[in-house]
Ligand binder design. Structure first.
Ligand code: GDP
Ligand code: GDP
Length: 438
């Protein structure tokens, strides 16, 4: 879910840019990849208390026919408002309400977006209340006296603002969780699917020369729906040749792409093979949440140490995936199979989680205090200005720094580990982007 948008609206010269700068500090523009968000407006990340949002300045809104009519700007404001969760209408407390303000207010009242009224240029507190009171006539509710230049009054306004932002974890109840069951041939994917669905599902026998990618099975549990994407199926013939094997990997790749979370099935008798590593790489490349399912646990001769030895083996071979939980199961006997969907729930939640900018910057400050960024041979030191989570699924954090080249691999890994330790994100990869000043 992208960050909610707050549109700043008002006539020219009322102080909109000053206000946006105050909200966003020196945080740089967000570059959007999401469709529907137009690139010709500048979105800047901002936060208040523990809530993140982005502000977009709509340029000067001019409705007054005496003034130069600027349809383009008006169009921009309309477009910005269409995507916005809240609008802040900025007016000039020193001039009092103008004809232009009234027109904008009339227009705003017809829009389907909550609007707050910020009366700017109210530096003096007593006078500010009087200046602000004149704006009740606009019919937009309580006017908030602020000074964008000094920052006074903005706290009350922002406290009100964040009550209008959509709540953070809006995972729709009806949404399906897409779970791909992925692994090498014979690790037990079909058996696992059967164990999860609790029924013997007929295996479709392949017609020579034709293929199928995957068959989806829906499973309901605790009022949630899981769409299990099974990649088992054909290549049942003996002596799998290179061509068939290649194809089945491709199918696994496609399933990974479609999934929210991947059940990465490993055969405990074989350990982690080269092919498994390829699948693991792809899961990370695609940024999918994952659970490592170690199957055929029934077939292992065990003593009290065995599970630790296997866990150690997993850690060694899949060290780059150490964020994923692993579970030792038997699809054949059903042992621990019912726990798998609990791990799926956790991984999916973390995959979608958003962390506020203030928390990210606390982690960064702490990390930098313990371990200052490196200095290059030329004596130039790296500096991290701030970080912010720019997207989820998987969580991606942009770090704004003076020069990314000053941060070596070792330091980047250190920061990576700090985020892991402090923020968790168990079950999902995290992406860090190091961005320099433009
Ligand atoms: P915009 O056209 O609405 O984006 O307005 P600007 O942010 O460019 O500001 C227009 C003028 O108002 C500039 O000269 C600012 O310095 C001034 N201004 C902005 N905010 C304040 C404020 O809080 N108090 C005072 N006194 N002047 C302000
Ligand atoms: P797929 O190719 O990954 O779909 O694997 P299958 O589910 O077809 O299983 C391959 C073989 O492993 C079959 O002979 C299964 O009976 C066997 N198998 C699957 N799960 C288990 C398990 O938990 N324990 C044991 N011992 N064998 C299993």
């Amino acid at each position: 879910m992208p960050l909610p948008i707050v549109a700043i609206i008002g006539r020219p010269n009322v102080g909109k840019s000053t206000f946006v700068n105050r909200l966003a500090g020196d945080q740089q523009a967000i570059v959007h990849d999401e469709p529907g968000i137009t690139r010709d407006r500048t979105y800047r990340p901002a936060f208040w208390r523990d809530r993140d949002f982005q502000v977009v300045d709509t340029g000067g809104l001019v409705f007054d026919d005496d003034t130069e009519f600027l349809p383009l700007i008006r169009q921009q404001a309309m477009a910005a408002l269409a995507e916005a969760a809240v609008a802040i209408f900025v007016v000039d407390g020193q001039t009092g309400p103008t004809e232009g303000d009234r027109e904008i207010a009339d227009w705003l009242r017809q829009q389907n977006v909550p609007a707050l009224l910020a009366v700017n240029k109210c530096e003096s507190v007593e006078q500010g209340l009087i200046q602000a009171a004149q704006f009740w006539e606009l019919g937009l509710g309580e006017p908030y006296p602020i000074s964008a230049i000094h920052g006074s009054g903005t706290g009350d306004l922002l406290d009100e603002l964040i009550t209008h932002l959509p709540s953070v974890d809006q995972i729709s109840e009806t949404e399906e969780i897409k779970v791909a069951i992925v692994g090498r041939p014979n690790v037990g994917k079909s058996s696992l699917l059967n164990a999860l669905t609790g029924e013997q599902r007929a295996i479709v026998s392949p017609i020579s020369g034709t293929t199928r990618d995957a068959i989806d099975t829906l499973v309901e549990r605790d009022e949630k729906t899981y769409r299990l994407i099974d990649t088992a199926g054909i290549r049942r013939k003996k002596n799998v040749d290179y061509g068939a094997e290649f194809f089945s990997i491709n199918r696994a790749f496609k399933a990974i792409r479609r999934a929210d979370v991947v059940l990465f099935v490993i055969d405990v008798l074989d350990g982690v093979t080269e092919q498994d590593l390829k699948l693991a790489d792809r899961i990370i490349e695609e940024g999918r949440a994952a659970v490592i399912v170690v199957n055929k646990w029934d077939a292992v001769e065990k003593d009290s140490n065995t599970i630790y030895q296997y866990q150690k083996m997993l850690q060694d071979r899949l060290y780059f995936m150490d964020w994923a939980e692993s579970i030792f199961i038997s699809a054949m006997t059903g042992q621990r199979v019912e726990k798998i969907l609990d791990l799926v729930d956790t991984a999916v939640g973390e995959h979608r989680r958003r962390v506020s900018t203030s928390v990210i910057n606390e982690v960064l400050e702490e990390a930098v205090r313990w371990h200052t960024p490196p200095t290059t041979r030329q004596g130039k030191q790296g500096k991290i200005y701030y970080g912010t989570q720019v997207s989820s699924q998987p969580p991606a954090i942009a770090l704004f720094v003076n020069d990314p080249k000053r941060f070596n691999e070792g330091y980047r890994r250190y920061i990576d580990r700090q985020f892991r330790e402090q923020l968790g994100f168990s079950g999902t990869p995290i992406r860090l982007f190091w961005r320099g000043k433009k």
